[in-house]
Design a protein around this ligand. Sequence first.
Ligand SMILES: [Zn+2]
Length: 316
Amino acid sequence: MFVWRDAVHVPAADLWIDPPVPRARAVVTHAHGDHIGRHHSILATRETAALMRARLGPLTVTELAYGTWHDLGGDCRLRLHPAGHILGAAQVEIVRRSERLLCTGDFRLERSETCAPAVIVPCDILVMECTFGRPHYRFPPRSEVVPQLAADLRRTLDDGATPILLAYAVGRGQELMKLLEPYGFPLALAPHLHAMVKVYEELGIRFGPYELARPGQTRGKVVLVPPHATTSALVRQSTRPVLIAATGWARDGAPPYRADRSYPLSDHADFDELMRYVEEARPREVFTMHGFDEFRDHLRARGIHAHPVTAKVITT
Ligand SMILES: [Zn+2]
């Protein structure tokens, strides 16, 4: 059904999923930078198309609603399902004759404030994202973590320092804005994040008050900044900046970027959610992407045929 050539490729339909280089026809599962591309013919949700255009400029995209079948030719048809990762994120289901392939893309099962909840799709072959495929990556419920994060932000402000909340410009930033809305913090957003919030609003997501962050004018505000921008003028010119991360990597004690402290909030499935997906989708075979080799051992221990997706180099 598929082969691996630096991305999932379905030869019968000459279709690629999130290929890293431009291809004739590709599905883009969501608008994170390592998934988007300027392909000749693109299939994506309306929301992913809008977020991609905001980042890459004009693009021709065939926009697909979740759950609607699209004929690919070559005896193949495709439909997208919500992935619960960021706005517009999709899982890709492809059926050829009687075989069903499901590629999760980046996904999360816990409910999101800014995108449709993920569904578990029964399939024969499952290609899944396994970023947090180790047992210690079990994330506490958001109802526990968000009040702790909010209390930290409040203490930091009361202390006369400036909380710099590290958040990716697409997805995490908007999710944190919604999660923190009940606490009424004055929010100031780094320029790229601010621009992406505007796109979210055009797509129908509503936020509480916020403003564009300006260097030297962040006192008394919670400042949302992408993790790669911790040396920007915005941060350097803030009074006693305190870097606070919200990421699944908090389970390792610290994220893989500069932060003073971190809280386990993620847009990716944790270990239990990965296991639950496999158990409920009941695939014949699982191919794992990203994450750790040991996740396959956990699957095999449960009697599931699991392989790295990179092992799939010949057509079946
Ligand atoms: Zn992603």
